[in-house]
Ligand binder design. Structure first.
Ligand code: HEC
Length: 143
């Protein structure tokens, strides 16, 4: 009978075991964080767009942007700048490019170099953010 009195001591030993699920939860969270960082391409720039996205962007480019920037994106005199090997495209991230395409760059804008308007969405209000992002993915292939 006296031996059973040692039960509380046995319960004490349970404590480290109880802590284990907490430790493994923390470890799992760490794994999830690492996986998320890896999937966002952490430090390696934006993940490459799919060939379908690039193709869709190319189509939108031809219907809306080629009017001023040329079907080959080399630019057209007095209409739009060349967009191949373009410093502006190269130096701006996808978010900046999307913001730029949505607002355009009026002739009065301080950064405008041609004195000609770049209209918002290239003058095609039907283009959605997805369309514009696809166009950016297409432009990336020309750099
Ligand atoms: C009506 C003519 C016109 C259309 C259509 C047009 N653009 Fe432009 N775009 C311009 C002009 C003009 C500029 C140069 C503005 C300046 O002088 O800074 C320009 C500038 C740009 C620039 C910045 C280039 C640089 O070096 O600063 C990008 C990028 C661009 N356009 C992308 C597009 C895309 C993508 C589309 C289609 C959605 C498009 N443009 C449609 C006229 C046009």
């Amino acid at each position: 009978m006296r031996r059973r009195r040692s039960l509380p001591a046995a319960q004490m030993e349970v404590h480290p075991v109880l802590q284990r699920p907490i430790a493994s939860t923390a470890f799992r969270l760490l794994l999830v964080a690492v996986a998320l960082l890896a999937s966002t391409g952490c430090g390696e720039g934006t993940p490459a767009a799919s060939p379908e996205t690039i193709a869709a962007g190319g189509k939108h480019f031809q219907t809306t942007c080629a009017t001023c920037h040329g079907a080959d994106a080399n630019g057209l005199p007095k209409l739009g700048k060349g967009l191949r090997m373009n410093e502006f495209v190269k130096s701006n991230g996808d978010d900046e490019m999307l913001a730029f395409l949505k607002t355009g760059r009026q002739a009065s804008h301080p950064l405008n170099t041609t004195g000609i308007d770049m209209p918002p969405k290239g003058g095609n209000p039907a283009l959605t953010d997805e369309d514009l992002k696809a166009i950016v993915a297409y432009l990336r292939t020309l750099q």
